[in-house]
Design a protein. Structure first.
Length: 279
């Protein structure tokens, strides 16, 4: 009994230490970045467009914020739909083990592709071969492919936890499988699906490498079409840091805004998933 209680105490201490370490790391990162870039953050910095001969010397990052949201929304549309459809097929329709293994192997291979390689693929195929040019659609496609495995794994896990009695209730006659999936399974898994899609969008929002070749530019107005290029927060941050000490204040301010957006989206995803599970 003493050994068990001692082990339980160690597990609790280890868990509490892990939680404190994670929270401490997050608070330190936010605090350090705000300390470095807090002087640059203002309402004008958030709501105005960049101005001046040197990037970040005047104005703000509003086009980069909106551009990042555009890139993220396109990536979610392109990545989430096939990801959820693949998860549905693997859990409810796929009967062959070899077929399921082959599909999961492809998903794993996609997840292992470096993001800059996805950006190079999108540049070669979409920007040059298809003639789309550097635009939100080209970059969003690269980001969508990048987050597809992320969303698929979480969707497959959510569908796999559905009770078999929901699809095959004991009371006859059982509903058609399509009806049960549409009316029972998807509503029950909605919280996990939405949170997985939002987290995948956060993953896309922070990516820089795919944007370099495909759609992000140094200066651009807020785009009115997915066939136009746009600014993006991670690309803007990269360019500011590359300029050196003269732009580091604006770089830290941009990093803080981007981290705050991602953290807010993460919290919203967690809250929505938690409320969905309570229903």
């Amino acid at each position: 009994m003493r050994k068990r209680s001692f082990r339980a105490l160690l597990v609790k201490l280890w868990a509490y230490a892990g939680i404190l370490l994670v929270l401490g790391t997050i608070l330190f990162l936010f605090g350090y970045i705000f300390w470095k870039g807090g002087a640059s953050i203002s309402w004008d910095f958030i709501t105005q467009s960049p101005r001046g001969a040197v990037l970040g010397s005047e104005g703000g990052i509003w086009p980069a914020i909106v551009g990042s949201l555009y890139f993220t929304l396109v990536a979610i549309v392109i990545g989430a739909i096939p990801a959820i459809a693949t998860a549905l097929y693997l859990v409810f329709y796929c009967k062959g083990r070899k077929t399921a293994r082959a599909i999961r192997l492809v998903i794993q291979c996609i997840s292992g592709i470096p993001s800059i390689v996805l950006g190079l693929f999108a540049y070669s195929f979409l920007v040059r071969d298809l003639g789309l040019g550097r635009c939100v659609l080209s970059a969003g496609t690269a980001l969508g492919i990048m987050i597809l495995p992320f969303i698929e794994v979480r969707a497959e896990k959510a569908f796999g936890e559905v009770s078999p009695q929901m699809l095959h209730p004991p009371t006859p006659p059982p509903p058609p499988q399509r009806y049960a999936i549409a009316k029972l399974v998807l509503p029950q898994c909605r919280g996990d699906l939405v949170s997985g899609v939002i987290l995948g969008g956060c993953y896309a929002m922070g990516a820089t490498a795919p944007l370099i070749f495909t759609g992000a530019v140094a200066y651009a107005a807020v785009p009115d079409s997915v066939l136009k290029p746009a600014m993006a927060l991670p690309m803007h941050l990269y360019l500011l840091v590359a300029q050196g000490e003269t732009s580091m204040g604006a770089a830290y301010g941009t990093a803080f805004i981007m981290m705050a957006l991602i953290l807010i989206c993460d919290l919203l995803a967690s809250i929505y998933a938690g409320r969905s599970h309570k229903r």
